[in-house]
Design a binder for this molecule. Structure first.
Ligand code: PLP
Length: 358
């Protein structure tokens, strides 16, 4: 037996390493990043601010100022607080670790965000995926049946969903939150909220089992790694116990505090992307033989005749998108592409047209 066979859990050894392609030299439309940088004067000011940060000190363990700014600027209801994560990926992992009692299960619609299942597996919890309908709406009867059968400790609903880009029906989500009731938490993952302009944040006071999770990544700050989640105080207090004490570094803390005071800049960038999303949808809809699914996010899901071929030909043209065609049967021949600047969207459209008719 090799050393890894002896000590590494079999389910970990069975995993393929998470593969992030090297995108140097590519038009990068695979990861839902905001293509816009900060305006130069603001970046200058931020640079000065960061130069003053005491790098020799640990962060303030409470992150009180940053949390307060998040609560006031990002619409957390009065009386509710947030817990911070090194990206929402870390929050997902904290929830899993905290809830991984023997036999505890995680439930989510599929296709969905892969980290829900991965994180459950890392924590030793069973993941139950409930297929969406072919139009990517929730299969409510199937969800309710799965909740009755599995009594999930954690249920995830991404709003909008990734990779399908659509918003689930809010009434059906409420039915799920009610069905889970006192037996589990329902995490509404609003990573794409700036592009959806719809939220469950206001429903927090009505549901003790609701957690609203967000990130600043898709808003334009993917590099700083900051996520937050809001929920009732007793739940947050428990999740906080499994949080690594200094999980938000001082540079992220200072950057976020500074930029939350200039949130209008990021909001304007999101508004541009929403506008250009409509332009891109219209252009794609006009291409015969291609389906564009409804989107409330900063990316589009499209279906072509042969996603592997189109993806490969786009790569030849130095355009990197995400081929999700093999991720789930419902996604057969689907590709996911990030909405970018007008210029980059046009480059993508030209490359796509050429790749559809090789
Ligand atoms: C991108 C994404 C996240 C992860 O965001 P980070 O804060 O960058 O870790 C979470 N949930 C969904 C649905 C996403 O698409």
């Amino acid at each position: 037996m090799t050393l890894s066979e002896k000590i590494i859990r079999p389910e970990v050894r069975a995993l393929a390493a998470y593969h992030v392609p090297d995108s140097a030299g590519f038009l990068k439309l695979d990861a839902m990043e905001n293509p816009y940088r900060l305006p130069a004067p603001l970046a200058q000011q931020l640079g000065q601010r960061l130069a003053e940060v005491a790098l020799n000190r640990y962060p303030t363990p409470t992150y009180r100022v940053l949390k307060q700014k998040i609560c006031t600027h990002l619409g957390v209801p009065p009386g509710f607080d947030v817990l911070l994560g090194n990206g929402s990926d870390e929050l997902i992992s904290m929830v899993s670790v905290a809830c991984a009692r023997p036999g505890a299960k995680v439930l989510a619609p599929v296709p969905g965000f892969v980290m829900y299942a991965m994180s459950a597996l890392f924590a030793g919890m069973e993941f139950v995926g409930v297929p969406l309908n072919p139009d990517f709406s929730l299969d409510l009867p199937a969800m309710l049946a799965a909740i009755r059968e599995h009594k999930p400790a954690v249920t995830y609903l991404a709003y909008p969903n990734n990779p399908t880009a659509n918003l689930f029906d809010a009434g059906q989500m409420l039915a799920i939150i009610e069905a889970v009731g006192n037996d589990g938490v329902v995490i509404v993952d609003e990573a794409y909220q700036p592009f959806a302009q719809a939220s469950f944040m206001d429903r927090l006071p009505a549901s003790d089992n609701l957690v609203v999770m967000r990130t600043v990544s898709k808003l334009g700050l993917a590099g700083i790694r900051l996520g937050y989640m809001a929920a009732c105080a007793p739940l947050l207090a428990e999740f906080d116990k499994v949080r690594p004490p200094y999980n938000i570094n001082v540079l992220t803390e200072a950057t976020a505090e500074f930029l939350l005071d200039h949130i209008d800049v990021l909001d304007q960038q999101a508004a541009l992307l929403r506008r250009d999303r409509a332009v891109l949808v219209a252009a794609l809809t006009a291409i015969p033989g291609l389906t564009v699914f409804p989107t409330s996010a900063n990316f589009l899901l499209i279906r072509v005749q042969d996603s592997d071929g189109v993806f490969a030909r786009l790569l030849d043209r130095k355009v990197l998108i995400k081929n999700v065609g093999k991720m789930h049967p419902l996604l057969a021949n689907c590709l996911r592409v990030t909405v970018s600047t007008p210029d980059e969207n046009q480059l993508f459209l030209d490359a796509l047209r050429a790749s559809l008719a090789p």
